[in-house]
Design a protein. Structure first.
Length: 338
């Protein structure tokens, strides 16, 4: 049994100890990711097989822990939730399933304080839209829906050969298995991160589009600097908007080419932000995740005859050296420094 634990890195819960509240408050002002390591250590008290998924999620293989502690998945999840609240003032949303995919889907639908356990994958998946499956993007979902395969149950009932003709041999096989609740992805402790993320929380409900964009700009600058420092590039960006009622909306898009160039990240983040059509929505926070990380040495860059792009990249390299020597705020875009 796999637990997907999503830590709700909102302001500390009432009743938490003073030291915990102060520590959580400092971490939250830095985007919340600083709290993840101690929360991972908390999960490691129950099982050594824990995989972190920054900024606020972790997968834990608790099959051995269930036997050792003689508890059900829901009971073990309750103990984890209570300890996270008591020690760090952080609430959790927990989903449980026989594999990582089902655990993540359960966590997406679980309510705070209640663990959603998937006992029958076929019943849990059957009536869900096909876009709910891992690896099914908008283009694949549009193709499948065009042939009437708009639910997971219909995809599961379709012959494998039909799916492979529609979306390709490898993708069709993976889709066919996932529609039946099969996910062969292991939980890998201490695995290299496949993504990096950062978050900005607003002190009050924010409806001003300009301030939301300034938060996005600071996020792309932070992630771009981090990627370049670590010699990595990303293939896609995911933007998550958290509203006043604590609900969230997430959308992701693929970059034209793998990059760590801040200007390219900012342009795509702005495009995703525009697609939300927020208007007067009350926004409590914005998170940005760089996905599909890979080494920069193996990334290809399309050469351009435009000298502006090359000049921007040279300036960026100089700014990175200044930040490394004098601190992360040594060089900032003018709109952030104002």
């Amino acid at each position: 049994m796999i637990l997907c634990v999503r830590f709700r890195l909102d302001p500390p819960a009432p009743g938490a100890s003073g030291a915990s509240v102060r520590g959580a408050g400092e971490a939250l002002r830095g985007g919340g990711e600083a709290l993840l390591p101690p929360l991972i250590d908390l999960l490691a008290e129950f099982t050594p097989v824990v995989e972190a998924a920054p900024p606020h999620e972790a997968l834990a293989d608790v099959r051995g822990a269930l036997r050792y502690f003689d508890r059900s998945p829901a009971e073990l999840a309750s103990v984890i939730r209570v300890r996270a609240l008591a020690l760090y003032g952080v609430d959790c949303v927990i989903g449980a399933g026989p594999n990582p995919m089902l655990a993540r889907m359960a966590a997406s639908e679980a309510r705070p304080g209640v663990t959603l356990v998937v006992d029958d994958p076929a019943v849990f998946l059957r009536d869900r839209p096909v876009a709910a499956l891992d690896g099914v993007g908008r283009a694949t979902a549009r193709t499948l829906c065009g042939y009437g395969l708009d639910s997971v149950g219909r995809v599961a009932d379709a012959p494998l050969a039909v799916l492979q003709r529609l979306v390709g041999a490898r993708t069709g096989r993976e889709l066919w298995e996932r529609a039946r609740g099969i996910d062969r992805t292991p939980v890998v402790p201490n695995a290299a991160s496949r993504s990096v993320a950062a978050e900005r929380s607003f002190p009050c409900d924010e409806t001003d589009r300009t301030r939301q964009r300034l938060a996005l700009l600071s996020l792309t600058e932070e992630l771009g600097t981090r990627l370049r420092t670590e010699g990595q590039v990303c293939r896609a960006l995911a933007v998550t908007v958290r509203y006043a009622d604590r609900s969230t909306t997430t959308r992701s898009r693929t970059l034209p080419e793998p990059t760590a160039h801040s200007a390219a990240l900012t342009a795509l983040a702005y495009a995703v932000h525009d697609s939300f059509g927020l208007q007067r929505a009350r926004v409590r926070g914005i998170a940005l995740r760089a996905e599909g990380l890979a080494g920069a040495e193996g990334a290809a860059h399309q050469l351009s005859l435009d000298p502006t792009d090359e000049k921007a990249r040279r300036i960026e390299a100089v700014a990175d050296k200044a930040r490394a020597k004098f601190g992360p705020r040594a060089v900032l875009p003018g709109s952030l420094a104002a």
